[in-house]
Design a binder for this molecule. Sequence first.
Ligand code: FE2
Length: 260
Amino acid sequence: MTRILQISDLHIMPEGQLFNGRIDTAAALRQMLAGLTGLLPVIGPVERLVISGDLTETGCKGAYDHLRDIMADAPLPWRAIPGNHDSREPMRTFAAQEDWMPDHGPINWREDLDDVTILGLDTLVEGVADGAVTDATLAWLEATLRDLRHRPVLIFMHHPPVDTGISAMDAIGLAPNPRFEALLRDHDGPVQIACGHVHRMITGQFAGRPVIIAPGTSHAVGLDLRMDAGISFIQGHSGAVLHDIGTESRALLISSRDFR
Ligand SMILES: [Fe+2]
């Protein structure tokens, strides 16, 4: 059994600034990391911590510098993919010391763990909120899946490939891509997809594969399923996901109520 922790949508601001002038996303991340550290003795061993995008709110160097300070307390080796609020080059500089960070191009990566291979897919389209699997990323994924053959795969991507019913988020979702869908549908081994972007635990299916959308570490997107509802943010709904993958697979929601 291989265990991987997922956190998402940190939205870190430059030091001294609050999200929307009122939410301390840095304090929320510090609490999450401390809580997960305290939980590790009872949920471990955990191989990896993966951040599924929106590491920062602003995508600027100051925010990544602030995040670097906070991540010094991370209890596990970590990897990350960008979200729509990130900027690729400042993020690349931020994680330049990490061996998984490509030195150019999309921030896609692969790591082979005992029972599963984890893949990071870059869906960031700089300058807009919606996402896409570009031709370059698709070609990389196709070659990688061919190489992996029947091995279980857990794909991390910021933008979910499914609609959520929250219209304001679906309007900035992943661009439909039939080649991406066919690639996942036709792959010979088990595939799971873990996303962020919506700041809520939601499950779905894409290309016949399970999709798990993780909550954020700070604020959630308010629950309003009416057509054309605006977007709102609420606090007290944060969490992480523990992916537990072996002969069986499951995803466990972790909230602050689990912290010891
Ligand atoms: Fe986000």
